[in-house]
Write a protein that binds this ligand. Structure first.
Ligand code: PMP
Ligand code: GLN
Length: 387
């Protein structure tokens, strides 16, 4: 793990705390999830019974596995057997780690898109795998980030074992289209690859952008491990409860590894999450309001950042916008993001740390907009004064 220090999200949150800056770095909401979810969890923990406060089964509480299976079937037409094709993990992070450690052998190559979420390169390194990054670049007038199919094709070779896909994508906000996913799926078929897809922002898409799970493409269910979690969907990032869905052979492998990483995840919360996922009009309706609110916050922050002098690319989903510091005379995002909490009172994340080859991204920083409007306005005002 040489080369992996403190994560950028932890560093920027620490900087924000130390300087009293507004933290638009690490992506977490500053308002709570639905009250009924919070109260349901509290009530179940307090009432106890049904071993709710004891180790859950290693696979996860059956109630949550059934709720996840029903949700994927209802939403995407994807059927998973809750008895052995749904597996509850410690956040999506736990699922990603177990999925990579259970499938990637030392020397195997893993194709992934950069900028990349920071846990992917770390767990590939833990598995002894080799990264083959493919760069996402801004295209079109809105600057939507996407990949060049030829570059992707060139990254796949005889040692490639896995491809990691994240859509909606952190940090660029791209929601991959069915056509883009089909290019990935074709390569998986051609080279017999396993796909690992990180869909933690599956519900947080804007302006009608449709989230398509890679597993829903023809023939992909059998070779795709899908990871999602509750943190973003219900604004409870501290709950660290996620799930893996996939064909039973792959889920069995994930389970074999994960029973020695964490054995099981938090049991008491799983029951409340199961209720929330099953409450199609109530709490899932709440998620619809969250999505609409986030679209408004994206616009609010993007307008404010532009007024302060940044170039901002259009985000179709997630919590994040990417901004170019070039028009403000900035050239190095790391220096900029380290100086701004003290200079301007606002924290952000430099994008280049999420790249293996950051040449094209030195001038990019990421801002999180999952904050109360008054917090976004205060950050915009501070940036305006600074610029
Ligand atoms: N994947 C991506 C793309 C993320 O942005 C995050 C951050 N929350 C995670 C995974 C981790 O999710 P969890 O908190 O459920 O572990
Ligand atoms: N996913 C969040 C982000 O991208 C933070 C997660 C973390 O701190 N590890 O900001």
């Amino acid at each position: 793990m040489r080369g992996f220090g403190e994560t950028v999200f932890a560093e920027m949150t620490r900087l924000a705390t130390d300087t009293g800056a507004i933290n638009l770095g690490q992506g977490f909401p500053d308002t709570d999830g639905p009250t009924s979810l919070l109260e349901g969890a509290a009530r179940r923990i307090r009432d106890g019974g049904d071993s709710v406060n004891q180790y859950p089964p290693g696979l996860g509480r059956p109630e949550l596995r059934a709720a996840v299976a029903a949700d994927r079937s209802r939403r995407y037409g994807l059927d998973y057997d809750p008895s052995d094709e749904v597996y509850v993990t410690v956040g999506a992070t736990g699922g990603i780690a177990a999925a990579v450690l259970s499938t990637v052998e030392p020397g195997d190559e893993v194709v992934l898109f950069e900028p990349m979420y920071d846990s992917y390169p770390a767990v590939i390194a833990m598995a002894g795998g080799v990264r083959r990054p493919v760069t996402l670049r801004p295209t079109g007038p809105a600057g939507r980030f996407t990949f060049d199919p030829e570059e992707l094709r060139a990254a796949v070779g005889p040692r490639t074992r896995m491809i990691i896909v994240n859509s909606p994508h952190n940090p660029t906000g791209t929601v991959l289209t069915r056509e883009e996913l089909a290019v990935i799926a074709d390569l998986c078929h051609e080279h017999d690859l396993i796909a690992l897809t990180d869909e933690v922002y599956e519900h947080l898409t804007f302006d009608g952008a449709e989230h398509v799970p890679l597993a829903a493409l023809p023939g992909m269910r059998e070779r795709t491990i899908t990871v999602s979690s509750v943190g973003k969907t219900f604004s409870v990032t501290a709950w660290k409860t996620g799930w893996v869905t996939g064909p039973r052979e792959l889920v069995r492998a994930v389970r074999t590894v994960n029973q020695f990483l964490t054995f099981s995840a938090n049991g008491a919360l799983q029951l409340a999450i199961a209720d929330a996922l099953s409450d199609v009009s109530g709490e899932m309706g709440w998620v619809g309001q969250l999505r609409a609110a986030l679209a408004g916050k994206r616009d609010r922050l993007s307008v404010g950042l532009r007024a302060a002098g940044f170039d901002v690319t259009h985000t179709q989903g997630t919590y994040f916008v990417m901004a170019d510091i070039g028009p403000l005379g900035g050239t190095d995002g790391i220096e900029f993001a380290r100086a701004m909490p003290r200079e301007a009172g606002v924290a952000m994340v430099p994008a280049q740390v999420l790249y293996d080859r950051p040449t094209e991204a030195r001038h990019l920083v990421r801002f999180a907009f999952c904050k109360r409007d008054e917090v976004l306005d205060a950050a915009i005002a501070r940036l305006g004064e600074w610029s």
